[in-house]
Design a binder for this molecule. Structure first.
Ligand SMILES: C[S@@+](CC[C@H](N)C(=O)[O-])C[C@H]1O[C@@H](n2cnc3c(N)ncnc32)[C@H](O)[C@@H]1O
Length: 432
């Protein structure tokens, strides 16, 4: 058993999509870690490199798991070099291996952050050459050992990045669809929706089914990185493979147990190419048969019954009008989405709509009980919780679609809600 890997606790910083750190904090608590300070797109905790293995395998909203080696003051690049050349890199890195250095730098003496990364690489190379007579190669390939420098003002921290390629790459995306959500953000939507994981989960407008797959995996208690066969921690010289074997076996046992009672999950899309992409992704995710895929318009999307007294969940990511779709025609699409939500709410479903164009939702007559802000692909997006279509928008929908029944506004309030709790969409500050 390698004691460097197993017995040396340090600060761990876990990064995530902006706006969902509160969900990541909850995940950390549920895994038995104590979440500390959160900075909007990261949460601190504490643990060993062996703990980082479990975090990499099981966290759904995390991008990277960073294990702190040193925190220090640095006024300039020379200070960084002087501090890091004294670190015992030979305890972590293979002198015949490879290391990449990534950085986030905001220091007045640094105009090009590549210079800061070079200082880190020089320090590692000189230390390793002195200690071992050899030094690892270095470059930008993130599939091997990884080091991360965070340097803001005169405060610098250096980490072993135990992840490498972001954890949002689950390893199942067989076919790429238009404007897919990052898996980590999709997982945050599922975890933050309040879904009970036993009643049905609906994902109309599913695109590549990212949200549906994350929902199924969450309900099955399936660790999201089980398909990945490469993590940066595997390339550390102190890596103890028995830890990964043990953690994978434990995650597989949890999945075996969790999949016995998985709920109904339905994904649908009007576009046949998107439905095909969804089918391929679901299959690659080992979820064929567990996610029902339909090719249909949002208004025709199935709404299976929820259990007596239960509450299903519908999460939708409609086009925004930016990357895909025409904003004028999209008004009708948002109205149709509202009609679907009306039917679903009457049947006992809560809902979350993620849109980069909340004005479009408002213009179509949708108002939400609660609104949060997140970022997706650099676009500020609103999360509309339990959005409901205004009575006048319902009348307009009925005129356009005389054959389709939707309930009146007061009939389709989500269970446990009343009209007073409805507010027009409002932006709230990003939680951090
Ligand atoms: C932003 S994409 C969804 C991306 C998805 N969340 C993912 O991660 O792959 C919006 C999807 O809505 C679908 N769509 C647009 N209008 C629709 C409608 N009226 N009914 C059903 N689906 C629709 C599009 O075909 C597209 O796949």
């Amino acid at each position: 058993m390698n004691s460097v890997f197993n017995d040396e606790p340090s600060q761990i910083v876990v990064t995530c999509p902006p706006g969902v750190a509160h969900v990541l904090s909850r995940e950390l608590s549920e895994l038995g870690f104590r979440p500390g300070a959160s900075l909007g797109s990261s949460v601190e905790t504490e643990g060993t490199l062996a703990d980082c293995v479990a975090l990499n395998l099981r966290l759904r909203t995390a991008h990277r798991v960073l294990y702190a080696l040193d925190v220090f003051r640095a006024r300039n690049g020379e200070d960084v070099y002087d501090e890091l050349v004294a670190l015992p890199w030979e305890r972590y890195l293979d002198p015949d291996g490879y290391v990449s250095v990534d950085r986030a730098v905001d220091n007045p003496t640094i105009r090009d952050s590549r210079y800061a990364a070079l200082k880190v690489k020089d320090a590692i190379a000189d230390r390793m050459r002195n200690a071992c007579g050899r030094r690892p190669d270095s470059g930008s390939d993130r599939t091997d050992a990884c080091v991360f420098l965070h340097w803001v003002g005169d405060r610098a921290s250096v980490y072993l990045d135990t992840t490498g390629v972001s954890l949002s790459f689950r390893g199942y995306r067989a076919v790429s669809s238009e404007a897919p959500l990052r898996e980590t953000l999709a997982a945050a939507l599922v975890l933050g929706s309040g879904w009970n994981r036993r009643d049905p989960f609906l994902n109309p407008m599913c695109g590549g089914a990212t949200i549906a797959i994350e929902a199924l995996w969450t309900a099955q208690n399936r660790a999201p990185a089980l398909l990945r066969d490469n993590f940066a921690f595997m390339h550390l010289s102190c890596f103890d493979p028995s830890v990964l074997t043990r953690e994978r076996a434990s995650a597989r046992r949890d999945w075996e147990e969790g999949r016995k009672n998985a709920p109904v999950v339905v994904a649908s899309d009007v576009d046949s190419a998107a439905a095909e992409a969804a089918r391929a992704n679901v299959e690659a995710a080992g979820a064929a048969g567990a996610v029902q895929i339909e090719c249909c318009d949002v208004v025709a999307s199935p709404v299976p019954p929820v259990r007596e007294g239960g509450r299903g969940m519908a999460i939708l990511n409609p086009p925004y009008g930016g990357r895909i779709g025409d904003p004028v025609r999209l008004r009708d699409t948002y109205e149709d989405l509202g009609a679907f939500l009306a039917v679903a709410a009457e049947a006992g479903y809560g809902s979350v709509v993620i849109t980069g164009n909340p004005e479009l939702a408002e213009g179509a007559g949708l108002s939400a009980r609660r609104v949060r802000t997140v970022h997706s692909g650099g676009i500020e997006c609103a999360l509309l919780f339990d959005a409901s279509l205004s009575q006048s928008a319902r009348r307009r929908f009925r005129r356009r679609n005389p054959g389709i029944r939707i309930p009146d506004a007061e009939e389709s309030l989500p269970r446990g809600q009343d009209a007073e709790t409805m507010n027009p969409p409002q932006r709230t500050a990003s939680p951090s």
